[in-house]
Each structure stands twice: as C-alpha cells, then as structure tokens.
Design a protein around this ligand. Sequence first.
Ligand code: SF4
Length: 204
Amino acid sequence: MRPSGDLEVLLREVRACRACEPHLPLGPRPVLRAAPSAKVLIAGQAPGTKVHESGLPWDDASGERLRDWLGMSREVFYDETRIAIIPQGFCYPGRGKNGDLPPRKECEELWHGRLIAGLPNLEVFVLAGRYAHAYHLGPRRKRNLTETARAWRGYAPRYFPLPHPSWHNNHWLKVNPWFEAECVPALRAAVRSLVRPEPASAVP
Ligand code: SF4
C-alpha cells in the first residue's frame, strides 16, 4: 500500500515545509518515508549532510549498524509499505561546536502528531537516540539515555529505546554489552514477523 488519501496529502505538505528556513544552512529538504500500511517506525534524529544531498535516510555507516541490529536487509528497510522512517527533525539542522545541531523542534510541533496518527498499523517503534526517546516516551523515559535503554524490557515490544547507532557510541556499546547481547535479539524477534511480505493470495 503506497501513501494514499490523507497521508499522501500530509506528506506533500511536509515536503513543501519551509517553517524554519532562516535557520537551515543548506535550506529545507525534509527527508522522511511512510505509507499507511507500515508496521515498524524508525525514529532517529535528523539528516546529516550526506542524507541532505541524497534524500535517502540512513544510507551511511549508522544505517548499516541499525539494519544489523534489526536483522533487516536494505530492500526491506527501504520498503515504505513496511517501514516508516520519521526522524525527529526532517531537515539538516547545521553544525555546532560538538557536531551536528539537535533536530529542529518545529518538526515535532508541526508534523509528528499528524504523521503518527496517519500510521494506524504501527506495532513497533524503534527509537534511535535521546531525541526520539524524549518525544515517543515522554515522561516514561528514565533520567538519561543509558537508564532508558537499560529499562527496554519495560517498553518492549511496542517501543525499543536504543542508543543512536553512530560511531560516536562505539564506547557506549563497549561498556554496555547487555545491549547487543539481550536487547538486539529481542528487537530482531519483534520486527521479524512484521516485515515479512504478505503471502500471495491463493488462486481460486
Ligand atoms: S526542519 Fe521540519 S519544520 Fe523545519 S523546514 Fe524542515 S520540515 Fe519544516
């Protein structure tokens, strides 16, 4: 099922958004993918410069690691009828002293509620990084990312609060081996059955 009806109209509106244009060094280019049939949501932070240029989210080393955590091929990951990719900020926000700036808050205020409402079949929310934890878990998250991720059993199987898969978190992954040993296998099991193609209908 491709985007249709209300969601298609909404996605067109989002892709034409210019709400924070004066703050975006490379200008607006909202990057997101969704169709009403999607069962898994990938919620990350915001595009980097490479994704701003290509328009293809997670087409980098972080995406490779995320697909490995999910046990998912590129073909499935980029099938919007199965996987919705809705980061907290849709446009590249620019650079600060310590790397890319946080996602623009305007996206959450303007778009996220309506987009999530347009995806009634979502069953698993994959939350990559603290901005996605904050938006999707709200007051249910713990004091910090590590505590929230460590408490994953209390949110699963609907929500999986993960660290961001960026190389910046290599040290975090090293000192938190329980994540790849325990949480990742549970995440793979939760999404595996949801992303199988529909069986071909029987010929009468
Ligand atoms: S970051 Fe979000 S709110 Fe700002 S222009 Fe892009 S889509 Fe619009």
